[in-house]
Design a protein around this ligand. Structure first.
Ligand SMILES: *Cc1c(COP(=O)(O)O)cnc(C)c1O
Length: 378
């Protein structure tokens, strides 16, 4: 099976992890700081805070922004559930915004329409690796006096108007899961220029305790204070060693992802049946996903048929995503229903994610395209 996404691990990654395993620190050691510094330098922010996964990164961002009971946070519905769940973790209420039909990025007009006196933050999602329009979103957030968070889990290595993803919002969150643009197995990072946000998130990932084990060791003190309720969301040293090694290769991997996307675009150019998403010209797309819309009215075959036929022929396509407001949990807890985000609901019936990852070969990509056309024509 050719999967829709896959990690790239080479011998230098293996050696980096082995070296970390042979060191004195398995967790919260020097590799965490080195990785955080390299990550902050890469995206161009003052701070990067490493945590145990992308969901923890979103949770920490909600904590930093002081989201609590009674607060609303606007979240696009076309995303992974964790983008909204993080609001609920903090006792807040996600309010689902609809998306643009051609890019599936959050629609700024719908964001604006859903802001109330209770709205405390906006979470934008760089769906598929395509940056949202941050000039517009930052203007809305500034004017309303609320925080802007970029769930950039798809977009590490991309940019908007020459500025790196990770530096575009007040808080920017990343996942280091194996299907994402770099991996540490499980892992997450939040980037920010705000000193106070960074301090709060470092506390939050370590039980709400003011110093870590290594810092206490260095000054020969057992004294610590728990000043707020936090979690154990730490990332280990050997995972950070892997992250450091992966980060070095990211620029080349993004170029490869872009070249695979260009080849797909070329094949589907002018097709009325298989329509790639629209991409603005002011971005460098990080192509975590390559999403097409299968237009049933022309093909006579719906996405469901095409999905099943491709899987049966060894092409591991996927669907990103079921709109979050349609999940049973949100229907039950927030009374969300069909019709609340009609554009995302209609797109959900058409979308299909085709294989894209740096080690996908040209021959494998040909096989994907040929199999797709075979299915469409029979
Ligand atoms: C992967 C992902 C997450 C969650 O990251 P994990 O590391 O799996 O917890 C959150 N938001 C989006 C948009 C993602 O793609």
């Amino acid at each position: 099976m050719i999967p829709y996404g896959k990690q790239t691990i080479d011998e230098s990654d293996v050696q980096a992890v082995i070296a970390a395993l042979r060191s004195d620190w398995l967790t919260t050691g020097p590799m965490v700081e080195s990785f955080e510094q390299a990550f902050a330098d890469f995206v161009g922010t003052k701070h990067a805070v490493a945590v145990s996964n992308g969901t923890a990164a979103l949770h920490a961002a909600m904590y930093a922004a002081e989201i609590g009971p009674g607060d609303e946070v606007i979240v696009p519905t076309m995303t992974f559930a964790a983008s909204a769940n993080c609001v609920v973790f903090q006792g807040g209420t996600p309010v689902f915004a609809d998306v643009d039909p051609e890019s599936l990025l959050v629609d700024p007009a719908d964001v604006e329409a859903k802001i109330t006196s209770r709205t405390k933050a906006i979470i934008a999602v760089d769906y598929a690796g395509h940056s949202c329009d941050y000039d517009v979103l930052n203007e809305i957030a500034r004017r309303r006096g609320i925080a802007l968070v970029d769930d950039a889990c798809h977009a590490l290595g991309g940019s908007y108007k020459g500025k790196n993803v990770g530096s575009l919002a007040d808080l920017n969150t990343f996942s280091l899961h194996p299907v994402k643009n770099i991996t540490t197995g499980e892992g997450g990072v939040i980037t920010t220029n705000d000193e106070n946000f960074a301090r709060r998130m470092r506390l939050f990932r370590n039980h709400g305790i003011t110093s870590n084990h290594r810092e206490r060791d260095a000054i020969g003190s057992w004294m610590y204070e728990m000043v707020d309720l936090g979690y154990n969301y730490r990332l280990t040293d050997f995972q950070c060693a892997l992250g450091l090694s992966q980060l070095k290769k990211l620029p080349a991997w993004i170029l490869r992802r872009q070249s695979i996307a260009r080849a797909y675009n070329e094949v589907f150019k002018g097709s009325k049946v298989v329509r790639p998403l629209r991409v603005r010209t002011d971005v460098a797309h990080a192509y975590h996903l390559y999403v097409v819309q299968i237009d049933e009215s022309y093909a006579g075959k719906n996405r469901e048929n095409v999905y099943k036929a491709l899987r049966s022929k060894g092409i591991g396509v996927n669907v990103h995503y079921i709109p979050v407001h349609l999940h049973p949990y949100y229907r039950q807890h927030l009374n969300t229903t069909e019709g609340m985000c009609p554009v995302a609901e209609a797109a959900y019936e058409r979308i299909l994610s085709l294989p894209i990852y740096p080690i996908l070969t040209d021959a494998e990509q040909c096989q994907v395209v040929n199999t797709l056309y075979e299915i469409m024509n029979t």
